[in-house]
Design a protein around this ligand. Structure first.
Ligand code: FES
Length: 268
């Protein structure tokens, strides 16, 4: 597929957001951009990103296959993601997922025959306080159950765009991919606003009721900015011995590097 001039222009705008010589940092939004045109990240999309960013296809492919938000095969207009992680699963997420599987006749990462709906299960959608949740193109539907999940699926099949419980109005996966590439949603009034939902601030309310606070916490603490004169600023002098990142330390457990020992033993 030859990408349209609109996509090429957007690609140039994305790359221009990054400092000269750092264009490879634009890869993540670029992958969303190609997904917005084809509905998934195809081999052509990978080649396009590689060409625009001066990367190899292998480098682009390694990133595209790492993140689940980049789809590697044609995906429906409506990506229905049901959280089946522990919290949601036991509260009804598993039942909702199973009901959708049976009704739509598809399993994880599969698309209905009409190409409209792709179903997937997800591992924690970062909304445990509203469990069980599902998302449609990353917009939340809270406290779902098998029945409400089926109602939602039928509405999507009928061409309706039910309003999510929080956030913006629904748009297709391709339209959402444009936004994820960093371009604003220009539909008037589409972006959700309003205060945080009650479950989100329940902890804060309890803290207020029982007068629990973090001692010395100043919500107006100014954020320190890096000193432009970095080389001479005392605050920017590196310590003589840099501390090792945690990943360099031996793993938790009784023996150092037990995995290596096991592999060595197995290969004898
Ligand atoms: S476990 Fe479902 S959103 Fe976290």
């Amino acid at each position: 597929m030859i990408f349209t001039e609109t996509t090429r222009e957007r690609a140039r705008q994305i790359i221009a957001r990054y400092p000269e010589g750092r264009s490879r940092s634009a890869l993540l939004p670029m992958l969303h951009l190609v997904q917005s045109e084809e509905g998934y990240v195809s081999a052509n999309g990978i080649a396009f990103c590689a060409e625009m960013l001066g990367l190899t296809r292998a480098e682009v492919g390694a990133v595209a296959t790492f993140y689940t938000m980049y789809k590697r095969k044609p995906t429906g207009d409506w990506l229905v993601s049901v959280c089946t992680n522990t919290m949601c699963g036991v509260l009804g997420g598993d039942a909702a997922y199973k009901a959708l599987e049976e009704y739509l006749g598809v399993h994880h990462d599969e698309t209905t025959a009409d190409g409209k709906i792709t179903l997937e299960h997800a591992e924690c959608l970062a909304a445990c306080d509203y469990a069980p949740v599902l998302t449609v193109n990353y917009e939340y539907f809270d406290r779902v159950d098998a029945d409400s999940a089926l109602v939602l699926a039928k509405q999507l099949q009928n061409g309706e765009r039910p309003h999510p419980h929080r956030g913006a109005r629904l748009c297709t996966l391709r339209e959402m991919s444009v936004q994820l590439a960093g371009f604003a949603d220009d539909r008037e009034g589409a972006v959700g606003e309003g205060p945080a939902g009650e479950p989100t601030i329940a902890g804060n309310r309890l803290a207020e009721r029982y007068a629990i606070s973090v001692s010395g916490f100043d919500p107006d603490t100014p954020i320190k900015r890096p000193d432009p004169d970095a080389a001479t600023s005392p605050g920017n002098v590196k310590p003589a011995t840099a501390s090792k990142p945690a990943s360099d330390s031996k793993p938790a457990g009784d023996a150092p590097m037990p995995q290596k020992a096991a592999i060595k033993e197995a290969s004898k």
